[in-house]
Write a protein that binds this ligand. Sequence first.
Ligand SMILES: *[C@@H]1O[C@H](CO)[C@@H](O)[C@H](O)[C@H]1NC(C)=O
Ligand SMILES: *[C@@H]1O[C@H](CO)[C@@H](O)[C@H](O)[C@H]1NC(C)=O
Ligand SMILES: *[C@@H]1O[C@H](CO)[C@@H](O)[C@H](O)[C@H]1NC(C)=O
Length: 270
Amino acid sequence: MELLHSICLVQLLSALALTEVTRFTKCPQFFAKSGKTPTIFQGSHYKQICQRLNNQYKYATLYDTKKRIPVYSAYKYVATKNCTRRTTWDIEPQLDDSTAGAEMGPESRVDRNVRGLNQALNNDYDGSGFDRGYLYPVLQNDDQCYVNATFTLTNAAPQDLSFNRGKWKKIERKIIETLTQYCRGIDSYIVTGVVPGNNFINGNRVNIPSYFWSAYCCFDNNQKAIRRGGYINCNVKDTTDPKEISVRELESNLTNNYRVTFSVFGGECL
Ligand SMILES: *[C@@H]1O[C@H](CO)[C@@H](O)[C@H](O)[C@H]1NC(C)=O
Ligand SMILES: *[C@@H]1O[C@H](CO)[C@@H](O)[C@H](O)[C@H]1NC(C)=O
Ligand SMILES: *[C@@H]1O[C@H](CO)[C@@H](O)[C@H](O)[C@H]1NC(C)=O
C-alpha cells in the first residue's frame, strides 16, 4: 500500500513536470537582453519549448497544441551559410507523452496511440498542398547543428508554396542584409511568428495561418538597441516587394490580430 502510494506520487510529480514542458526560463539566451520574451499567451494549450537537439538548446518556440502550429520561434542571428538541409522532420515527443523525452526526435519516439494528439505530424502536411513553412529558417543560420534543429514540426506552419518560395524568402534575405550591414558581430535577435487563420489542413487538425511575421533587433555593447524592424504578410501568393515596418507598427498589428496586447521583444526595441 505504502509502495503503491509512492508510485502514484512519482507519477503525479512527473505529470506536473510534464505540463511545464520546458519553460523559457531554461533558455533565456534566445531572447533580447537574455530573457525579454515576446508576450506569452495564457492557457494550458500554449507550451513553451526550449528547442533541444543533441542535448543543447538551439532556440525557443511558443507552441499552440490545439491549433498544432507555433505562435513564434525566437532565436539569435549570427551569420548565414549554405548548410545542408535534412530530408526528415522531427516532432516534440514530450508534447504527446511526458516519458518520451524533452528533446526533438523522430515520430517513432512516441507511441502510435498518442502520437499527434498535441502537435502536427508529417502526414498532416503530406499532400496538403502547403509547405512546412519554417519560423526559424535554414537561411538565417551558419551552423549545421542549428540547421538540423530547425527541422522540427513545432517550428513550422502550413505556408502557401509561392509565398514561401517567393516573397517570404525575400523577407528572410532582407533581414539578413540589414543585420549584416548594421549589426555585424553584435547581439542580434529575431522573432518569427504566425497569426492563426480560419482554415485547416487534414480535416480540423492543423491551422493554416493567415499571416507570417518576423522582426529583428540588435544591441550595441552598452545594450542599447541600435537597429530594429519587422515585416508582416498575408499567407498567400504575393509578388509585391517586401515592405519593412517599425516594431511598434508590427506590435499594434499583432495586438489587433491576437486580441491581446502583444510585445515582440519584451518591451525593448521600440
Ligand atoms: C549560397 O549559395 C548560393 C547559390 O549557390 C550563393 O549565391 C550564395 O552566395 C551562397 N551563400 C553563402 C553565404 O555562402
Ligand atoms: C545533421 O543531420 C544529418 C541528417 O540527419 C546528419 O547526418 C548530420 O550528422 C547532422 N549534423 C550535425 C552537425 O548534427
Ligand atoms: C496587419 O498587416 C497585414 C499585412 O500587411 C494587413 O493585411 C492587415 O490589415 C494588418 N492588420 C491590422 C489589424 O493592422
